[in-house]
Design a protein around this ligand. Structure first.
Ligand code: AVI
Length: 355
């Protein structure tokens, strides 16, 4: 689906309309289903798969890659030697965390979008001047509880308010905003180049929502992969150990499990491609032969070589970010990139914010 690229983003599935803050002690809510019973299919997942497989160019939004196993595999990807973005961003946070903290100012409320395991957060929090609160936002309760456990001991005076929400939908201002000291700046931390999993127009909408969330005095700390060298990009999305291939193929396993699918995982192969015009990596699952697959009682035919497009990862450079920020009512006030110029951290703020 090249005309209308595979959309959707996030570490875990999109479920618009949620926004449920876990209690201060980070207690998990009841499981959604009784153990031992087959769960009904997730309607949004079913709709995305049936629509995507029924399209002339088959595609499934990348958000559905992140079930529990997919999230674990993604964490494993971030440690791979070929996957440079995570370690490069961590290096930048180590080197420039103090500069970012200076922009954040005292008593800030740090809101992390798609916080996942919150691995990078201490690099900022430790340098900030008595941060008031940390609001990790993720669709995965398991990840949120892990973050709370990780940070509570390290930052005993910090209010930690984990929030279950999908950032691709509307975001409610966290309660912490109302309790924070008047001078507190709201700092949105959006690392990991997750913005790259959105098409440019979607990225602008996302930045607009983040501007609204952080308010007129807000600050956005945005991590972006800007590498456009195929020699390093392609292996980053097709590693020698096949972890990325497992991550991609796990989507078919998920469809089999949750949507009564009949995919033969050995009959599909992971492929990463670089689109030089759009500056994006594409992940595809390539059918190895002509075959038909059933999902929720619907049949889908594949010719040999036909693909399911499962992810886009745009590589936005500084000019792209400045242009998208302007469209979202933001401007770039500072930023850094590594020596190889592969990854950048940009600081964005509304024009009226005092920096
Ligand atoms: C989450 N996101 C920023 C990753 C990326 O690089 O686009 C997802 C990923 N897909 C394959 N490898 C990593």
């Amino acid at each position: 689906m090249h005309g209308s690229p595979a959309t959707g983003v996030g570490r875990t599935p999109a479920r618009p309309g949620t926004g449920d803050t876990l209690n201060g002690c980070g207690q998990a809510a009841r499981p959604r289903e009784r153990p031992g019973r087959a769960q009904p299919p997730d309607e949004a997942f079913a709709a995305a798969v049936l629509t995507g497989l029924g399209a002339p160019r088959k595609s499934i939004p990348s958000t559905w890659l992140y079930d529990e196993r997919g999230s674990q595999l993604f964490e494993a990807i971030t440690d791979l030697p070929e996957y440079y973005p995570t370690r490069t961003e961590i290096g930048l946070l180590r080197d420039h965390g103090t500069d970012i903290a200076r922009h954040a100012g005292p008593d800030a409320v740090l809101i992390e979008i798609g916080s996942g395991s919150s691995r990078k957060t201490p690099l900022l929090l430790a340098r900030m001047e008595h941060p008031f609160a940390y609001v990790p936002i993720d669709i995965s309760r398991a990840f949120l509880l892990h973050s709370v456990a990780l940070l509570r001991d390290q930052f005993p005076h910090l209010h930690i308010l984990p929030t279950v929400a999908d950032f691709t939908g509307p975001l409610q201002p966290p309660h912490a905003f109302h309790c924070a000291p008047a001078r507190a700046r709201r700092v949105v931390f959006f690392p990991g180049s997750t913005i790259g999993n959105l098409a440019p127009d979607e990225a602008v909408s996302c930045l607009t929502r983040l501007r609204e969330l952080c308010g007129r005095r807000g600050l956005i700390v945005l991590g972006v992969d800007q590498n456009r060298e195929e020699t390093t990009l392609l292996p980053a999305y097709d590693d020698a150990d096949g972890v990325t291939a497992q991550f991609d193929l796990n989507l078919l396993a998920r469809i089999n499990r949750e949507l009564d699918g009949t995919f033969d995982l050995d009959a599909f192969r992971h492929e990463s491609r670089y689109d030089r015009q759009r500056h994006r990596i594409e992940m595809h699952l390539v059918s190895q032969r002509e075959q038909s697959v059933r999902v929720l009682g619907h049949w889908f035919h594949f010719t040999a070589g036909e693909t399911i497009h499962t992810e886009n990862s745009y590589k936005f450079d500084r000019a792209d970010i400045e242009a998208m920020a302007a469209r979202a009512g933001l401007r770039r006030i500072d930023g850094w990139s590594d020596d190889d110029d592969r990854f950048a951290i940009h600081l964005l703020a509304p024009p009226e914010a005092v920096n």
